[in-house]
Design a protein around this ligand. Structure first.
Ligand code: ZN
Length: 328
């Protein structure tokens, strides 16, 4: 009786969650596309790394790894979070069409995002400030608000040296609301918004770098499994999702390769500071000050200079891509 019940529930679950029609696979109402189709569209070769579990799509230039049930994939070794998990169906792995459109295409075929934006004026947003200290490590005497202001200044100097016009949302230890930061940047007509942060968490073991983009429409953020009401809305920050994803990918790639930090991925969240931006924007969490090893590094001015340098190199890569696309 009990087994019969489980079997019935199991089949009911299958019918509920998966349907196979002329258009393709749907899981919980989300349309999925096979990696065979993705490989065909992008001109990549598809191979199982481990049958039913992991697939590699590759060409001379590109290498993407997918694992069943996971939301994070690897694009050229960089960890990138999708909105929906990879799923197995009929001898193939599938990803959601939204993830293909909102995350994979913007990174691998950025020309789909035309028109190409300019890159001249860059806003650097040092997180927190004044009464808001951000995260901290009391043992090492670290306050996020001071460290991010320092990195922001260093980054600003490098970018000005490369000919960019830099706008700061704060230049001293001062509290500024999140909405004011965004409105200020929008009003000044910036082409890119970089919010600089350090991470903190209760567990001292956690370390690494992560870069956030504003969550694409109709998709869950990395923290959530399902699509909430806020996902249905279209925010100003959604308009530049493609370009934000591309620059997040470059910055994350530079950080993990050059700083040697743990790759926590390109993630998505509906942060207020990215929500109403009228230009591409990302939030950079370069490391955890609550991790003793990483905290000690971040305490050193030379390491903070390196973070600024590495982030600037991600921006230069992004700019090169824009120039290349404009020539097409
Ligand atoms: Zn912060």
């Amino acid at each position: 009786m009990r087994i019969g019940y489980i079997v019935v529930v199991f089949f009911f679950f299958l019918i509920q969650t998966e349907s196979w029609g002329g258009l393709g696979l749907k899981v919980n109402g989300t349309e999925y596309v096979s990696l065979k189709e993705v490989a065909g569209k992008l001109g990549l070769k598809r191979d199982w790394i481990q049958r039913r579990n992991r697939i590699l799509l590759q060409s001379k230039w590109t290498r993407m790894e997918f694992e069943v049930h996971q939301r994070d994939i690897r694009i050229n070794k960089v960890r990138v979070f999708l909105g929906f998990p990879v799923t197995y169906h009929r001898s193939d792995l599938y990803i959601s069409r939204l993830d293909l459109k909102d995350t994979i295409y913007p990174i691998l075929t950025p020309q789909i995002g035309l028109p190409v934006p300019n890159l001249k004026r860059i806003a650097i947003d040092a997180g927190h400030g004044g009464k808001d200290p951000g995260t901290q490590n009391a043992k090492l005497g670290l306050l996020e608000k001071h460290l991010v202001l320092d990195v922001s200044r260093r980054l600003g100097v490098i970018l000005e040296g490369k000919g960019y016009e830099v706008v700061y949302t704060r230049e001293r230890d001062r509290y500024i609301g999140l909405t004011d930061r965004v409105q200020n940047a929008n009003r000044r007509g910036v082409d890119l918004f970089l919010s600089i942060h350090f991470n903190g968490i209760d567990s001292p073991r956690v370390a690494g770098s992560e870069t956030y983009v504003f969550t694409p429409r109709n998709q869950p953020s990395t923290r959530n499994k399902s699509v909430g009401a806020s996902a249905r809305k279209y925010y100003a920050g959604n308009k530049n999702n493609n370009w934000s994803t591309l620059i997040a990918f470059y910055v994350q790639d530079e950080m993990i390769r050059q700083l040697g930090t743990v790759d926590r991925g390109v993630k998505r969240a509906r942060w207020t500071v990215l929500r109403d931006l009228t230009c591409p924007g990302i939030m950079i969490e370069a490391g955890f000050i609550t991790n003793p090893t990483e905290g000690r590094k971040i305490k050193e001015a030379a390491y903070r200079q390196k973070i600024a340098k590495v982030v600037s190199e991600g921006i230069l890569r992004y700019h090169k891509t824009l120039v290349r696309l404009r020539k097409r």
